[in-house]
Write a protein that binds this ligand. Sequence first.
Ligand SMILES: NC(=O)C1=CN([C@@H]2O[C@H](COP(=O)(O)OP(=O)(O)OC[C@H]3O[C@@H](n4cnc5c(N)ncnc54)[C@H](O)[C@@H]3O)[C@@H](O)[C@H]2O)C=CC1
Ligand SMILES: O=C(CO)COP(=O)(O)O
Length: 331
Amino acid sequence: MKITVLSSGSWGTALAKTLCDNNHDVHLWSRSQEYSDAMEAKRENFRYLPGFPLPDSLHLTADLAKAIENTDLIVTSTPTQYVRHSLEMLKEHKTTAPICNVSKGIEVSSLQRISEITSEILGESHPFCVLVGPSHAEELIKNMPTAVVVSSQFNYLAKMVQNVFMNQNFRVYTSSDLVGVELGGALKNIFAIAAGVIDGLGLGDNTKAALMTRGNVEMARLGRALGGFEETFNGLSGIGDLIVTCTSKHSRNRSVGEMLGKGLSMDDIKAKLGHSVAEGVATTKSAYQLAQQYKVEVPIIEQCYQVLYEDRSAAEAINYLMTRDAKQERN
Ligand SMILES: NC(=O)C1=CN([C@@H]2O[C@H](COP(=O)(O)OP(=O)(O)OC[C@H]3O[C@@H](n4cnc5c(N)ncnc54)[C@H](O)[C@@H]3O)[C@@H](O)[C@H]2O)C=CC1
Ligand SMILES: O=C(CO)COP(=O)(O)O
């Protein structure tokens, strides 16, 4: 199959390599001709995934028309806040190829999930699926065994994408809960930032386990209110991705939190991140607003919002969470 991957960030690159391993004809598109040429010269994505040679068969391009001409599948890995722009470009090119989104987030300006943005731009009948789960690019590129989940309203597409990506190192499950799968991948980034704050403050394993467990309750509660199934949050895109992101040295979201915990300002943190994306910062704002709109109790998300956007100190936020009224664990 011809497969086009939009955006040569670290995740698009790692997935493109997996697709090359599976003998597909893979085209990795960059928005910058200059960067695409520089990668071609080195055969390495030296900015986003340094140290790994790109497969010989991988085509690098900044020409969108060529990249998507007669393609069978478009994988979108554009950061969430820019994905609308990518989809608009695809609409201009009148693309009919199915979209497989692998980005994780909720758009701040519309509070929409990426499936909703895609329906709005390309139409409800445009084939769309989401592929997410606990998966760091730095590990997949080294063939470390990884499991993810694909979900779609189009059953044939979920099965096709499962088949296209699966190999001995990359196991793909299907799920019928598109809303839950998308939200699991998006919401876990908020708690990954909080987990990093715990690391930055020098707090311990007890604190992080409490955060992850109660964070999972909040994801499921908000996810259910928005139309997802509670069980999905105990799967790969919920608890699975929460575990990997809250505990990994690779996670950008966790490291944003760690820097916050150590006292750096958001401006300094953004400068350190450079071109890399930590989706949880924007998704915290979207999730906070959705929770208010749907009247869902999400105290950890609220505190993350206040720390990120209202200058509340992390210590105050933790103290507030620990001294709330006594509760029953499940209600
Ligand atoms: N890196 C990883 O291990 C994983 C990342 N993801 C998700 O994949 C998505 C992409 O993340 P990464 O590949 O990690 O990104 P990255 O941090 O490696 O690279 C940033 C990407 O964003 C693009 N970008 C920056 N500003 C832009 C703009 N104004 N317009 C369009 N594109 C812009 C850059 O060109 C680059 O391709 C995110 O939603 C992330 O949550 C999902 C699973 C794993
Ligand atoms: O989603 C990811 C792992 O599943 C990547 O997490 P970060 O964006 O925090 O690096």
